[in-house]
Design a protein around this ligand. Structure first.
Ligand code: NAD
Ligand code: PPY
Length: 359
């Protein structure tokens, strides 16, 4: 895979690439669509094996953001940024980190508001404050800095509701007494694990960071090796890490009844959803299950919604999922196909009627 083939097979609008020779870091900002408004989506900071891998991740995450904005009826387009640390490089110290944020802010400025960022894997509200001191194109700054605060809480609480809706549709009843395997115990996953434990689930957890596993063990969770996540029997697999967990091979063997979590891009392709459907494994499309954070950020910071209005809108995620499950069931298609179709219909209808006030 090279950058040329990744970009030429992508249907997005724009991709900014910036290499910093001093650190070896690649900065990628992928803008999939600005049809419904400026593009928005978080900034992911991670190690990548190559610049092409970073571009592939940013572009597919940006495409998913367009679907997420569509299904959530938000007046923004889809985008995502990746700050790709070189393979094996040490985590940047605070001076190096601040320099990375400065470069990223410069790139956001260069795009003049075509793209707005927010938190994602490896970034927090504190990083949004740091970016926000250099550019206005930032969501999710801390409350003290005038932002809407972290989106992780809303993503996690609505993510757990998606798990509950999935459990009901899969005939599991609720999650009480059921085994949930949570992969990734970061800002979102740790909260999901806590909420699931409170709801009476039996918890299995996995994270590459051993300290996070130790913390989760205090919730009564049993720790599973990161390489065992897709071969460990459970009722519901709950991906909350970096995505790409389920490819066709994994889908053919997965020992669970359902997959529902907050991670983006859980499936490596649309065809994987068919494999899951054929095996009777219910899949909650990720861009629906995890759209609570986007509703929180755009609702609070763009649409000036009250916390109550945000809560009302995020509560609709559950009925949207039920609609998608029913559509997939009655038409014999995968839940992912049904969800993409619904998102595209909503995008088309908003474009026709101009009902979404573009940012
Ligand atoms: P985070 O950086 O806080 O946490 C990610 C966690 O995953 C970390 O604990 C990390 O150690 C762990 N991890 C990474 N690779 C792993 C692996 N191979 N196996 C097990 N654990 C692994 O990020 P987050 O904000 O919690 O985001 C988690 C997921 O949810 C991401 O896919 C993100 O795109 C998605 N998401 C987040 C938000 C949000 O509001 N933060 C909104 C929507 C979707
Ligand atoms: C996501 O939902 O995947 C995000 O990246 C969070 C987000 C949502 C909307 C704007 C900025 C960040």
């Amino acid at each position: 895979m090279d950058i040329d083939s990744v970009l030429s097979s992508w249907d997005g609008e724009n991709c900014l690439l910036h290499h910093d020779a001093q650190s070896g870091v690649w900065f990628v900002i992928a803008i999939h669509s600005t049809r419904s408004g400026a593009a928005a989506g978080g900034t992911r900071v991670m190690h990548y094996a190559s610049a092409a891998d970073a571009v592939a991740d940013a572009t597919s995450l940006a495409s998913a953001m367009t679907l997420k904005m569509g299904v959530a009826d938000l007046p923004m387009g889809g985008g995502k940024s990746v700050i790709a640390l070189p393979p094996g490089a040490a985590r940047p110290d605070s001076a190096a980190w601040s320099r990375l944020m400065e470069i990223h802010a410069g790139n956001l400025e260069r795009l003049s508001g075509q793209y707005w960022t927010g938190p994602d894997v490896g970034t927090t509200s504190a990083d949004m404050d740091s970016l926000g001191s250099r550019t206005r194109y930032v969501f999710g700054r801390s409350l003290a800095a005038g932002g809407a605060g972290s989106s992780a809480g809303e993503t996690a609480s609505r993510g757990l509701e998606a798990v509950l809706a999935t459990a009901a549709e899969a005939g599991l009843g609720g999650v009480r007494g059921r085994t949930l395997l949570v992969q990734g115990l970061g800002a979102v996953g740790f909260r999901v694990a806590g909420l699931a434990a409170n709801a009476g689930a039996r918890l299995l957890v996995a994270d590459v960071d051993p300290q996070r596993c130790v913390d989760a063990a205090r919730l009564g969770a049993r720790v599973v090796g990161v390489d065992e996540v897709t071969i460990t029997g459970c009722d519901i697999l709950v991906p909350c890490a970096t995505g790409g967990l389920v490819d066709a091979r994994v889908a053919r063997e997965l020992p669970c009844a359902a997959v529902a979590g907050a991670a983006n891009n859980v499936l490596t392709s649309l065809e994987v959803a068919d494999v899951l459907r054929d095996r009777g494994i219910l899949y909650a499309p990720d861009f629906v299950a995890n759209c609570g954070g986007a509703i929180h950020l755009v609702g609070r910071e763009v649409l000036d919604w009250s916390p109550e209005k945000v809560r009302d809108r995020t509560e609709q995620i559950r009925s949207t999922l039920s609609e998608i499950f029913a559509s997939a069931r009655s038409r014999g298609i995968s839940t992912e196909s049904a969800a993409r179709e619904l998102a595209r219909e909503k995008l088309e209808s908003a474009a026709r009627s101009g009902t979404r006030e573009a940012v």
